[in-house]
Ligand binder design. Structure first.
Ligand code: CP
Length: 310
């Protein structure tokens, strides 16, 4: 039986079973096909999505809004924190309780780890975590998985390098939860101060996932089929002199790709700063803008599913 996400919150990468992932990817693929054929799918006519972004975003907010509109629904947005009553000191719980009077589902991004769960606990409509500080970004992980399957053809026995700020990277924290459902072999590449949190690494190992930690991106790339690059996040450093020490330490440029002498898929949740040189964008394996497009199909699937229409 196909699992149902109707009425559910989307909060953490560890909430999904393999069957959930299969259902989400199949639904996303059906929307991709339908959009290509018709440009519009009027499944959520009359439904309203509220977007609450307490932190900056381009892709996540706009792709959720695009997804809702492609499904025929409407969108209301809180706008910037400064222009909302958050600036007057309104609590997160009161804000989401208010928004739940207007909307059928909420997408929230907030700087505090655990904030999406806090919002979900305050309301009965579905709440979707669009990034809670350095915690989780589960919808990004789902679009990453959709992209990985399209680019590599399968999700089984993958060899993947995760590179960059693994300490603060909510996208990688969510992605490894989903990769752990499949028999993946992982390389974690980061400066020492930005290593994947020990708790996540040890949980992966307990699940039988092979994890290799290194600072050598070439070694990792030679042993894997896909590099998931991430930005070193200046905004997460309490001491900017620590950021200065590690910025620019891991960079993919055309020399790196040429020296590898094999096809490798390169993903990045974006935005990038300097970690992938623009000259790499024309490389066949550079899939990060295809990844961006896939976000619309996957977020359409999630909205349709939590609102009980798929
Ligand atoms: N990948 C991602 O979360 O991008 P935005 O910060 O632009 O939403």
């Amino acid at each position: 039986m196909t699992p149902s996400l109707k009425g559910k919150d989307i909060l953490h990468g560890n909430q999904f079973t393999k069957k959930d992932i299969d259902a989400i990817l199949r639904t996303a693929a059906s929307f991709e096909k339908e959009l290509k054929e018709k440009g519009q799918v009027n499944l959520l006519k009359g439904k309203i999505l509220a977007t609450l972004f307490y932190e900056p975003s381009t892709r996540t907010r706009l792709s959720f809004e695009t997804a809702m509109q492609r499904l025929g629904g409407g969108v209301v947005s809180m706008g910037s924190v400064e222009s909302s009553s958050v600036a007057k000191g309104e609590s997160l719980a009161d804000t989401v309780r208010t928004v739940a009077q207007y909307a059928d589902a909420i997408v929230i991004r907030h700087p505090k780890v655990g904030s999406a769960k806090e919002a979900a606990d305050a309301v009965s409509i579905p709440v979707i975590n669009a990034g809670d500080g350095a915690g989780q970004h589960p919808t990004q992980a789902l679009l990453d998985i959709y992209t990985i399957k399209k680019e590599l053809g399968s999700l089984n026995h993958l060899k993947i390098s995760l590179v960059g700020d693994l300490k603060n990277g909510r996208t990688v924290h969510a992605l490894v939860e989903i990769l752990s459902l499949f028999d993946s072999k992982l390389y974690f590449v980061s400066p020492d101060v930005l290593r994947m949190p020990e708790q996540i690494t040890s949980q992966l190992k307990q699940k039988g996932i092979e994890v290799n930690e290194t600072q050598d991106m070439r070694l990792a790339a030679r042993n894997t089929d896909l590099i998931y690059m991430t930005r070193i996040q200046k905004e997460r450093f309490a001491d900017l002199s620590e950021y200065e020490k590690v910025k620019g330490s891991l960079i993919i440029n055309s020399d790196f790709v040429k020296e590898l002498n094999k096809k490798i898929v390169i993903l990045h949740p974006l935005p990038r700063v300097d970690e992938i040189s623009p000259e790499v964008d024309d490389y066949q394996g550079a899939a990060y803008f295809r990844q961006v497009r896939n976000g619309v199909y996957v977020r359409m699937a999630l909205l349709a599913m939590v609102l009980g229409k798929r």
